[in-house]
Design a protein around this ligand. Sequence first.
Ligand code: NI
Length: 174
Amino acid sequence: MLDPEKCCMTRFPAPVLAEKAKPIETIDDSIRRLAAKMIDLMVEFKGVGLAGPQAGVDLRIFVASPDGTRENARVYINPEIEPTGPLQSVEEGCLSLPGLYAKIRRSSQCTVTATDLDGNRFTETAEGLLARAYQHEFDHLEGKLIKDRFSRIQQIAARHRLRELMEDYETPSS
Ligand code: NI
């Protein structure tokens, strides 16, 4: 049973980050509380987006805010995404892969269609950083992390940091 208050930031190699998340069938109070908790985590960890699996929940929901503020945060449930525009290679990080940054090729624009917390379907078109954030968060719902998009050379460069994260995961401090 979903307990949004217990959700916390989930880091690689937590298995939920590698799974395909499941559609949300009913938008009830637990989903509204989950969305609020995810916005809290995004703001606390200074991200511009956060996906369900990053809060430890295998559901198709992400939150995003173009400037990382709570005021501009929006909730995207069961999103569909259509990347458009030319590919651009821009440096990216991920709250679930702290300390790892690499240039990732993504479309410079995209259209997202999703359901909001009132159950209404809406469509949004974005470009630049926000378009990138949508594609990054959608990847999370497919069980895909930036490391899965690394080139062979980027994989080699990331090996040490990935090993550290695996060791931290096995022997949590605190
Ligand atoms: Ni991420």
